[in-house]
Design a protein around this ligand. Structure first.
Ligand SMILES: [Zn+2]
Length: 115
């Protein structure tokens, strides 16, 4: 499923609707957007990408939400980012953070351990 299709499934998402990461993490992004949608607020995507082998999701917290809901919103995003540390960014299977001999970080399964 390309990132374009992920965003197409979530009409509340707007803004920077692309992701600079491999396809293995798209399911994490999809799950995250599904949970955020339950708040019924616009989902302002600022940036989605990979940094040092970890998924980085930058989505604005809606100012119209009560404080508790804002915290839940942010927890959902953090949970998706943490899940990326156990998810191969190539295939979506269980993985772990690895470092290449040249110092590049990536979270990969055993099959895709060559970074
Ligand atoms: Zn893999």
């Amino acid at each position: 499923m390309p990132i374009h299709d992920v965003f197409a499934r979530h009409p509340l998402a707007r803004g920077s609707l692309h992701a600079s990461c491999e396809d293995g993490w798209l399911v994490l992004i999809d799950d995250c957007l599904t949970q955020l949608e339950a708040f019924g607020q616009p989902i302002d995507v600022l940036q989605i990408g990979e940094k040092m082998g970890v998924l980085q999701i930058r989505i604005a917290t809606p100012s119209g939400l009560p404080r508790d809901a804002q915290r839940q919103w942010e927890d959902i995003i953090h949970a998706a980012e943490e899940a990326s540390l156990e998810t191969c960014d190539v295939c979506g299977k269980a993985g772990r953070l690895r470092q290449s001999t040249t110092g590049t970080y990536a979270t990969r399964c055993d099959e895709h351990k060559e970074i």
